[in-house]
Design a protein around this ligand. Structure first.
Ligand code: MLT
Length: 263
């Protein structure tokens, strides 16, 4: 499905009924990342999974894609769908950066927060340099070298060794990202504000989920968020890397189901 959001056409999945559950994907992915959640949770929630600009089937817009601006786009998306009841906002990795920005802007619209494979800190200098490099490589050589470099880091050793279908699925999703999407998101993440102070202000029930083998965001980042967010619960999933929801969908969905039942 498609909807007009801030003058661009946003593709999204919308399945089920019940409490709205907004799933914001990571980089460079799209709503297909959430296939196991769309299929596995739509009996208890209205699962909404948009493709961010330049990712999947949503057209690119002019970058950089600032996390705060993407959060405003998420709000406009909810407005367009005429959602008036409180929403559970879930973000994985870059989606988590956007979810934290969304909380800064519109916490009164939220019923709960789910932070998967993510962190609150801004990028350190070395990472900022890498973001520039990623944008440069994508501009000159396209999307494939970025996917080739990132893919092995996104999955646990067990997934990489034993589940070629998941490796292929992740690759297929990533390869749908446009050059503009890679550049816009990389440069937007590079200069994202530090959200550490935001953590102390989160009074909503919050679920933090992390793969024990995440090589992109260390588990210590999730533990720090758990310490600072008062009403938070941390769940660590074994045999899962950065794409924890895709690698261990049954466990991931069970944890979310349980969380939603407490709201
Ligand atoms: C993501 O999965 O969204 C990215 O790895 C996040 C990042 O590069 O910081």
């Amino acid at each position: 499905m498609q909807i007009e959001v801030h003058n661009y056409a946003m593709y999204y999945e919308d399945q089920g009924s019940g409490i709205p559950l907004l799933l914001i994907h990571g980089f460079p992915l799209n709503s297909q990342l959430w296939k196991p959640q769309i299929e596995g949770l739509s009996d208890i929630a209205r699962v909404l999974a948009p493709d961010l600009p330049g990712h999947g089937r949503t057209e690119a817009k002019e970058g950089p894609y600032w996390m705060d601006e993407l959060a405003e786009d998420m709000d406009a998306f909810l407005d367009e769908l005429e959602i008036t009841v409180p929403v559970v906002v879930a973000g994985l990795s870059m989606g988590g950066y956007i979810a934290l920005a969304y909380h800064r802007q519109h916490s009164s619209r939220m019923a709960g927060l789910i932070l998967a494979s993510t962190r609150a800190e801004a990028d350190p200098p070395q990472t900022k340099q890498n973001r520039e490099k990623v944008a440069e490589i994508a501009r000159k050589q396209g999307v494939k070298p970025i996917v080739d470099d990132m893919l092995p880091k996104l999955l646990s050793p067990k997934t990489r060794d034993e589940r070629p279908e998941i490796v292929q699925q992740a690759r297929d999703i990533m390869e749908q990202t446009s050059v503009e999407g890679i550049v816009g998101a990389s440069l937007g993440m590079k200069d994202r504000p530090d959200s550490s102070e935001t953590l102390d202000k989160i009074m909503l029930p919050t679920l933090i989920i992390h793969g024990a083998d995440d090589r992109v965001v260390p588990l210590s980042r999730a533990e720090e968020m758990h310490k600072r967010i008062v009403k938070s619960r941390l769940e660590v999933i074994s045999d899962a890397g950065h794409l924890v929801n895709l690698e261990q969908p049954d466990r991931f969905n069970e944890i979310i189901r349980d969380f939603l039942s407490t709201l």
